[in-house]
Design a protein around this ligand. Structure first.
Ligand code: GDP
Length: 304
């Protein structure tokens, strides 16, 4: 991911390196190259416009300092602005003062939510937490089974609806809001300090999905709502993110499938377009293919 963008940007800067002072025309030419590289990588047009505007303005007004030559200064400005669109400072998960911390996952079908539930569980268990996974995706027939498999691999129990079984686990099947609510109660009574709620996704955005996700949010009052976005879906990433931001609301973003070879720039636009930080990156199908997202490291990787 981002190999082409990275090559394009570094070759733009290479041309600059041979120059001493930068004229306004040099800066404009460079900004044009940057604009093309970002657009070709699928970064959202609004983000590109703002980004290049800021780079141009800062490059024009940059003082020539002793430490950096003008070309290095441009690279630094681009780096700073990349970090800014990726959400600025990295932050970890918001953990509740009074456990359980409730984490709700939202996103389209196939985005990687169920896999993320397992990845988060592994990540949290490594830190000494005792996560419970809740199967509130009752849309797809085998979603519950899939979460159980993931839970087993992650070493985390799964709370799922038990049709027809009387007792504390009995919740109305087919009612994801009730399952989510009961899952949080179960986490509380069994002393799990984190509960991760997997929710249903559709292939496209639809009103019913948004309403269901909002109802789950309302019923469980999560500390984090993580919007999972497949970095391979191109420009649709931004439209989808906006729809979820308006329809459900979320507190953080998880980029999945960053191991793919798509251009990925749209996913990089999601933090900027929604004003929500990217907290994690998923980089493969294995539960360990997962890492906290650091905007500064990602920017350096792109500009390396
Ligand atoms: P959900 O419908 O949102 O719950 O998505 P799933 O978790 O079922 O993931 C859909 C598919 O994407 C599955 O085949 C996963 O193995 C795969 N997947 C999930 N995350 C990643 C990732 O980071 N990289 C790759 N290559 N595949 C992933």
């Amino acid at each position: 991911m981002f190999a082409t963008l990275s090559d394009r940007l570094t070759s733009t800067f290479k041309h600059l390196r041979t120059r001493g002072r930068l004229s306004e025309a040099d800066i404009d030419a460079t900004v044009r190259e940057i604009r093309r590289a970002l657009l070709d990588a699928d970064v959202a047009v609004s983000v590109v416009r703002e980004f290049t505007g800021k780079v141009r303005e800062r490059a024009l007004s940059a003082e020539v300092s002793g430490a950096l030559n003008p070309a290095q200064q441009v690279v630094k400005i681009v780096n700073d602005e990349l970090v800014a669109i990726l959400g600025g400072d990295a932050r970890g998960l918001n953990l509740a003062k009074n456990p359980p911390t409730v984490i709700m996952l939202a996103g389209l079908q196939g985005a990687g939510k169920t896999t993320l539930a397992g990845k988060l569980a592994v990540h949290l268990r490594e830190q000494g937490h005792t996560p419970l996974l809740v199967a509130a995706d009752l849309q797809r027939p085998n979603a519950v089974t899939q979460l159980k498999v993931v839970g087993e691999r992650a070493g985390a129990p799964v709370y799922a609806p038990h049709p027809g079984v009387a007792g504390e686990d009995e919740v109305p099947t087919g009612d994801p809001v009730a399952v989510a609510r009961a899952g949080v109660e179960t986490a509380r009574s069994r002393q799990h300090d984190v509960v991760i709620i997997d929710t249903a996704g559709r292939l496209g955005i639809d009103a019913e999905l948004m309403t269901q996700a909002s109802e789950i949010r309302e019923a469980t009052q999560p500390d984090e709502v993580l919007f999972v976005i497949d970095a391979m879906i191109g420009q649709d990433a931004v439209t989808t993110a906006r729809a979820f931001a308006d329809g459900v609301g979320f507190t953080g973003v998880v980029l999945s499938k960053l191991d793919g070879d798509a251009r990925g720039g749209a996913a990089l636009s999601v933090a900027s377009v929604t004003g929500r930080p990217i907290l994690f990156a998923s980089t493969g199908e294995k539960l360990t293919d997962f890492e906290p997202f650091y905007p500064d490291r990602m920017a350096s990787r792109i500009l390396d």
